[in-house]
Write a protein that binds this ligand. Sequence first.
Ligand code: SF4
Ligand code: SF4
Length: 214
Amino acid sequence: MTLCNTSETDQSSGVALIINGLALRAKPGMTLVEAAWQGGVRQVTGASCLEGVCGSCRVMLRRGKNVTVGLACQTFVEPDIEVVFMPPSSAPLHHYEIGELKDGWDVQARFHKIFPEASRCRHCHGCVSACPKGITVEDGVALATAGRYREAGEAFFECIMCELCDSACPEMIAPAHVGLFSRRVTAYFHLRPPNLIHRLEELRQERIARDSGE
Ligand code: SF4
Ligand code: SF4
């Protein structure tokens, strides 16, 4: 790969951009994370799937006056783009033990104790705009707040826990953690995914047919 700090290379070659305050030049077609590494931006984490799965390369992107967020491994270099790698979300931690839930009747009351801020959603769509996976985050939070955990869990099925939605939320709701809670309680109370139930039923039918010699 051909990327260097501009102080070390031909000023006219490649795509000029700024990453973490460093003026760099990158080969067209590089992702931002490749450009950062090749340009000497310090690595501070061992996580790096480079495929949009680990969610660790959270970046803030400025194009002129337009500021957005995304994943550096899924965003390509652009002329004059300014990129800042973001620290982990500062949304509050939510402590709970799934095993302490007595039964399904207990879940909604516990949810509102664990996530009291969830019912303060102001429907600003910030979480939806921030999500690099196209998840209907705001709807997922509303479903969980209404006690519809199975549907909320399904809404967050593709979530990679990048926590960009958490960083975007003005109410500090931590939508990613609401989604995780929803998926956990759904699994804990054995509300298994419909496709898994369907496949298990197919296998059961096949075994019955085999045992009866059909
Ligand atoms: S829901 Fe939140 S944590 Fe999950 S992928 Fe979207 S932005 Fe990232
Ligand atoms: S960012 Fe927070 S307040 Fe805004 S819609 Fe999403 S969950 Fe609601």
